[in-house]
Write a protein that binds this ligand. Structure first.
Ligand SMILES: [Zn+2]
Length: 119
C-alpha cells in the first residue's frame, strides 16, 4: 500500500470513537427509559399495553446499538494492529467506498454478503 492510498486512519479513529460515544449515550438513554426512571409503569392504566410494546421497540434499539458498539470496538482493535480496511475473511483491501459508508466494516462486500446469505 502506498502512502497516497492510506485512508486517513487518524480521521477514521476519531470518527469511530465519536460514533461509539454517541451510541453509548443513546444506549444509556434507552436503558433509562426501560427502567421507567422518569415514567413509572402504572398498574391498571389503559396505556400499559402500549407502554410494554414501546419497551420492545426500545430493547431492539438497544440490541442494535450494542451490536454496533461491538463492531466499532472490533474495527478499533484492527486499526491498532494495522489491519484496518483489510477484509477479516479473505484479507483483500476493503473497497474505500464501503469504509466511507460503514467505517467499522471488517469484511469486504462479497464476504459480508456470503456471510449474511442463508445456506
Ligand atoms: Zn473478503
Amino acid at each position: 500500500m502506498t502512502k497516497s492510498d492510506d485512508v486517513q486512519l487518524d480521521g477514521v479513529r476519531d470518527r469511530l470513537l465519536r460514533q461509539r460515544s454517541e451510541l453509548i449515550v443513546r444506549a444509556g438513554r434507552v436503558e433509562g427509559d426501560l427502567r421507567h426512571s422518569s415514567d413509572p409503569l402504572v398498574a391498571d392504566a389503559p396505556d400499559q399495553a402500549a407502554q410494554i410494546q414501546n419497551d420492545d421497540v426500545l430493547r431492539k434499539i438497544d440490541d442494535a446499538a450494542a451490536a454496533e458498539i461491538a463492531a466499532i470496538d472490533l474495527a478499533l482493535e484492527r486499526l491498532k494492529h494495522g489491519r484496518y480496511g483489510i477484509c477479516s475473511v479473505c484479507h483483500v483491501p476493503i473497497d474505500p467506498q464501503r469504509l466511507l459508508a460503514v467505517p467499522y466494516a471488517v469484511t469486504c462486500v462479497p464476504c459480508s454478503q456470503a456471510r449474511n446469505s442463508p445456506r
